[in-house]
Design a protein around this ligand. Structure first.
Ligand code: IMP
Ligand code: MG
Length: 188
């Protein structure tokens, strides 16, 4: 029989980040958000979920499977940070949605709202494609860090001003697959 060595990411990167939001709390909140979204869009033909790569991939996967309404998945990629935790300021589009969203109801699914620049940019960008509506959903938000006013229609949790990883979120590409949301101390 073939022996497979399974290596846990934390063993090779850094010590376990300090837990901020546990797996059970995330699961429960995702279920609540999915219920609310399903209710709000129950009369719409189809909801287009636009996941923001890479950070939203796990949240989008869980949220989308808990919806009870017709939905399709799109992805968009932007870049505003380098490899660390400092914002480079301007938001840059790396990959646009592939499908035609004209006349469709769109829900942007983000991992985290920090300064708000990324979400503000994305709303404007997607609105330029002529959708029926654009709303926003984010798993976490650092309210104290807001630099621009941007509306989050569906929010998982407000968190303190800390760098968080796990459940899709990274620090320099590490710890994205941690099952809970934890705090790390950036070195930059
Ligand atoms: P904003 O444009 O400042 O709101 O930044 C949003 C983007 O920055 C998010 O989509 C994340 O990719 C990244 N980001 C901000 N804070 C964190 C964090 O604490 N952990 C991981 N990524 C973060
Ligand atoms: Mg993001």
């Amino acid at each position: 029989m073939l022996a497979v060595a399974i290596c846990c990411e934390n063993e090779v990167t850094q010590n376990d980040p300090k837990a901020l939001i546990g797996e059970a709390a995330i699961d429960a909140r995702v279920l609540e958000l999915a219920g609310q979204i399903s209710k709000d869009y129950e009369n719409c033909d189809e909801l287009v979920l636009v996941g923001v790569l890479k950070g939203a991939f796990i949240f989008l996967a869980d949220l989308s499977r808990r919806l009870t309404i017709p939905r399709v998945i799109e992805f968009i990629a932007v870049s505003s940070y380098g490899s660390g935790s400092r914002s480079s300021g301007a938001v840059r589009l790396v990959m646009d949605v592939r499908g035609n969203i004209e006349g469709k109801h769109v829900l942007i699914v983000e991992d985290i709202v920090d300064t708000g620049h990324t979400l503000q940019y994305l709303i404007g960008m997607l609105e330029s494609h002529g959708p029926a509506s654009v709303k926003t959903c984010a798993l976490v938000r650092k309210a104290e860090r807001a630099e621009v006013e941007v509306n989050v229609d569906y929010l998982g949790f407000d968190i303190p001003d800390e760098w968080v990883v796990g459940y899709g979120l990274d620090y320099a590409e590490k710890n994205r697959t941690l099952p809970y949301i934890g705090i790390v101390t950036p070195s930059d």
